[in-house]
Write a protein of this length. Structure first.
Length: 393
């Protein structure tokens, strides 16, 4: 699509008061101009884009009639410039990897240890998408799954674990041929999948608890929680597991040896706690909440709330970068918000990097300094993986 046509559609969105579509079109058009005019400042790019839009009006009368609309359009463009400027911050877009014909919501990711492949649970598409990062393309699919939600790839034994919420099953595939090896039934809503580094077991959130499967594919335990678990994280040095349980309005502490829920920590007036990340060294737990959109920082020594920040809306993944001392909050509102840690008790937001509407899940690869974000198909936006390089502080 030509840039003038993008701007024309942007203006049509403004006239119909579709504010979200207007913003998306502005960012899209501005980004296109900026790539073609790398020597110009963001402000100059915005003016050039605006002047191009004016040429779409072929008569003076039309220009006068829509003068107020044009001025408002320019204001939105200049506002967008400030957001585009954030690309010079911690995250820089490196490339986009298309996911052809993938429809609906995209859930969680995993990757192999070499950083060559991504495994993506395309929940709404009933598939797992396998992406070759070197080639920059999708190279394989596992189709016909009922709501795939959680995935984990075990590089040590070459197995891919896929949890499907629609039928409550965990499937185990060969990591190369993608041949199905085993299937385990857990009842309903099999969701997040995690690997226990200490034991080599796989933990699967489902129904109202967590199931534990060993490397041989045998169910060796379970933990009752009383309601459905969302994200959970293992301590690296201790025996505790922190589990988000939104319907209980807090975080449940689990003893991984006893396989028993110990206690629960509240989150104040923050609800809808789905994603979390753990900084085990500083004993800090980062919990993403949706009601309202907040990031809650907990002290894992005591469970006290250290600080709470407003953040990007509709978050479903949070990652902690202990090397750069940053936290990445991915939100379906259409951005990644970055928080920088000054010390264990003090944090600051250093900006938001625009992504795409509905892009609320991703994967952080510390070894390659990359953040991957899944953008679902929305309108003219095709499904794709956004690849961000993480800059130095």
């Amino acid at each position: 699509m030509s840039l003038p046509l993008r701007l024309h559609r942007c203006r049509k969105s403004f006239r119909s008061y579709r504010w979200e579509s207007l913003g998306e079109a502005c960012f899209c058009a501005l980004e296109g101009y900026r790539k073609r005019l790398p020597h110009r400042s963001s402000e100059q790019v915005a003016i050039i884009a605006y002047r191009t839009k004016l040429t779409l009006s072929s008569s003076l009368n039309m220009r006068i009639r829509f003068l107020l609309g044009n001025l408002a359009f320019l204001f939105v463009l200049l506002s967008a410039v400030s957001t585009l400027g954030e690309d010079a911050g911690p995250l820089r877009i490196e490339k986009e990897i298309p996911l052809p014909s993938v429809e609906g919501r995209i859930d969680h990711f995993s990757a192999d240890d070499t950083g060559e492949r991504l495994f993506i649970a395309a929940l709404g598409n009933s598939s797992v998408e396998i992406v070759d990062l070197r080639k920059g393309e999708r190279t394989a699919e596992i189709k016909g799954l009922e709501e795939p939600q959680g995935v984990y790839y075990d590089s040590k034994i070459g197995r891919l674990y896929v949890a499907t919420g629609g039928d409550g099953k965990l499937r185990v595939y060969d990591g190369e041929s993608l041949v199905l090896h085993d299937t385990m039934e857990f009842g309903n809503d099999a969701d997040n999948v995690r690997y226990d580094q200490k034991t080599g077991d796989i933990w699967v959130g489902y129904g109202n608890g967590i199931a534990i499967v060993n490397s041989a594919g045998q169910k060796v335990g379970s933990i009752a929680l009383g309601s459905h678990p969302e994200s959970f994280q293992f301590e690296e040095t201790g025996n505790r597991v922190y589990v988000n349980v939104p319907k209980q309005f807090g975080v449940v502490l689990v003893d991984r040896q006893k396989r028993l829920a110990l206690s629960k920590w509240g989150l104040g007036a923050s609800f809808g706690n789905y994603p979390m990340a753990l900084d085990d060294g500083d004993k800090r737990l980062f919990v993403g909440c949706r009601l309202p959109a907040r990031l809650v920082v907990l002290d894992t020594n005591s469970g006290r709330i250290v600080v709470t920040f407003p953040t990007v809306g509709d978050t479903d993944d949070v990652f902690c970068d202990t090397v750069r001392r940053q936290i990445y909050v991915i939100g379906g509102e259409g951005a990644v918000e970055i928080f920088r840690q000054r010390d264990a008790d003090h944090y600051e937001s250093v900006g938001r990097t625009p992504t795409a509407p509905g892009a609320r899940t991703g994967f952080f690869a510390p070894n390659s300094s990359r953040l991957y974000v899944a953008a679902p198909h929305r309108g003219s936006q095709a499904a794709k993986v956004l690849v961000y390089m993480i800059g130095k502080n």
